[in-house]
Design a binder for this molecule. Sequence first.
Ligand SMILES: Cc1cc2nc3c(=O)[nH]c(=O)nc-3n(C[C@H](O)[C@H](O)[C@H](O)COP(=O)(O)OP(=O)(O)OC[C@H]3O[C@@H](n4cnc5c(N)ncnc54)[C@H](O)[C@@H]3O)c2cc1C
Length: 406
Amino acid sequence: MVTKSKDLRTGRSVWEASRATPVPHRRLTRDIETEVLVVGAGITGAIVADALSHEGFEVAVVDRRGPAKGSTTASTALVQYEIDTPLHKLARRIGRRDAIRAWRRSRLAVDAIAARLGELGVRGLERRDTLYLAGNLLDADGLARERDARLAAGFACRMIRRSELRHEFGIHAAAAIMSHGDLALDPRLATCALLRGASACGARIYAPVDVSDIDAKKSRVLATCKNGRTIRAKHLVLATGYEFPNRVPQRGHRIVSTWAIATARQPRRLWPSQCMIWEAADPYLYARTTPDGRVICGGEDEDFSDETHRDALIAKKTRALERKLHRLVPGIDSRAEFAWTGSFGQSAAGLPTIGPIPGMPNCWAALGYGGNGTTYSRIAADVICGALTGRPDVDADLYGFRRARR
Ligand SMILES: Cc1cc2nc3c(=O)[nH]c(=O)nc-3n(C[C@H](O)[C@H](O)[C@H](O)COP(=O)(O)OP(=O)(O)OC[C@H]3O[C@@H](n4cnc5c(N)ncnc54)[C@H](O)[C@@H]3O)c2cc1C
């Protein structure tokens, strides 16, 4: 077994209310060969496959469920460059130079995602400002330290005080940092568009195909599937999301549970500029809007991964999110029309694991963690593409296994 199948998400996410143009895929009925095999057809596999097939690689993508059927559809899809770990805290953890590199790289990744999805004509993309609100992890003084660190690193941002938050945004909090250049999207639409983009460049997509064994040698990688078929590849990319591959070192990573809701459409009641909202708190709360005027709100994370327990809490967590959203933005109707839950990965520093897998020649991990999963998927594509085309990525060392174990 390569990855243990999990119940990744439960409930109906807001993205499932609309139709995504289907992604052409087929069953694997014979043994095949390819240059690169991507395991996982979520947002990560899609970005990687799109990038590699555009570089001219022959790519095959397989998924045990199907395109965008894993945690991607649970994502609330705030695509942010602001890493879960504040810049000044990340600097303490991994050094100032590397922390700034990681933040800058995320900024580039968000721009690259927006540019590629724009080229593909994906509907509903919205560039957004973000309000990072004071909470029990960073009070107003802590936010001021974070603002200073960001400004010193060249990230435009400003402090917003309580009265401006209340009068300009209708938001109740002690202080906030306003930053710019994030992205809101529909993760299912984006993934399907990227997979179709890869397909248009020759990538073949197979589902349902469950990879049950990987035999990695210097000369080739052989993936055996549950139905007995084999896929022979020069390189293999594991983009299996929170179904973490069992042969991949994973110290510092853990799976927690998270919940989200989406309200009814209410375009006239939304806050000005519809910036994304993120609390520096534990448990945290975050919110964004959708192009048709809903509010998506999530958080309430719990430090356990048991799916039965997670699912049993949906009603209770929905009420908690409704209550907290109402307290934060009293002017909106916070009642949930959609409620869902999912497993969610976290890493100690908030950085992903991307790079060649120790002990598995020609195999790559593209495992993005935390609230910046989508941003990290883009970085994974850059790092892997760079390595396979002989143009090593200058930031690859930030995300490799040596770093992940720190
Ligand atoms: C409620 C919630 C809110 C979130 N909000 C955000 C957010 O606002 N912003 C953000 O950036 N991220 C967010 N995330 C995280 C985001 O969802 C993940 O980063 C992202 O979905 C990971 O995508 P992926 O493609 O790596 O994983 P997935 O979408 O899970 O895709 C992995 C695929 O691999 C397949 N697979 C696994 N093992 C095998 C195998 N052995 N053989 C074949 N196929 C296999 C699975 O079937 C699956 O389809 C959120 C997550 C949750 C649960």
